[in-house]
Design a protein around this ligand. Sequence first.
Ligand SMILES: Nc1ncnc2c1ncn2[C@@H]1O[C@H](COP(=O)(O)OP(=O)(O)O)[C@@H](O)[C@H]1O
Ligand SMILES: [Mg+2]
Length: 248
Amino acid sequence: MKKLLRIEGMTKGQILHQITFDMEPGEMVAVMGPSGSGKSTLLYNVAGMDQPTSGQVWLGDEEITKLSEDDKARLRLHRMGFVFQQMNMMGNLNLIDNILLPATQANRGRGRKSKEELNLRARRLMEKLGITGLEKRKVNQVSGGQLQRACICRSMINGPEILFADEPTGALNKSAATEVMGELVKLNREGTSILMVTHDSRIASSCDRIIYLLDGQISAELTLGKSVSGVEKRREEKVARWLMEMGW
Ligand SMILES: Nc1ncnc2c1ncn2[C@@H]1O[C@H](COP(=O)(O)OP(=O)(O)O)[C@@H](O)[C@H]1O
Ligand SMILES: [Mg+2]
């Protein structure tokens, strides 16, 4: 099968060294590792938000590392979604307008969609993520879990092939984290590939595969496969054992 993402010998200054890995279409991969090991840097360099010092990154047939800044921005807008721990929502806009921002940015030139069509798309996503009714709320008028669901809606609004998430549950309490992770798994099962950074082994155990980063290098990988309900506890234990072996 054709790879969704290919990273070959990616180095970033003194932070990342010769990072090589692939992602299959539909995969959900977690990046773990100690604080300062380069997880966020890896995500930003793979997603074209930063330029590696050397090495190549491809999204499908497109070599991201060869693109101009403008072309990378276009690629990010149309083909990638982003979810961060610091949610980066606009405080002066309500939730639905925040969610609509990337859609408005992408909706230029020929074949423009009507405002109603985009609105409908945003409302459908909000419904799917369980935050219907919060359209007009300001960012500071919803809970952390609701806000992160809105961020996921925003990241999905242009129908990305892949979501990049940096500690998407890092700012949430345990039950909100579990719920938000459940939503990400659901989106993945519907076809969106996900590459996410997490320091939570329980969260990582819902992913298909875990990459362990140590001092800017991939030091280990654990393949779990897609989770089937009922085996979660065993997966968590397996991940915990694996992490312990690495001195986590
Ligand atoms: N813009 C930057 N300039 C210089 N060093 C940086 C920059 N961003 C991160 N670093 C350093 O790179 C290393 C990896 O950082 P980061 O990718 O944020 O790690 P992680 O997400 O795993 O905690 C750290 O030592 C950090 O201090
Ligand atoms: Mg980080």
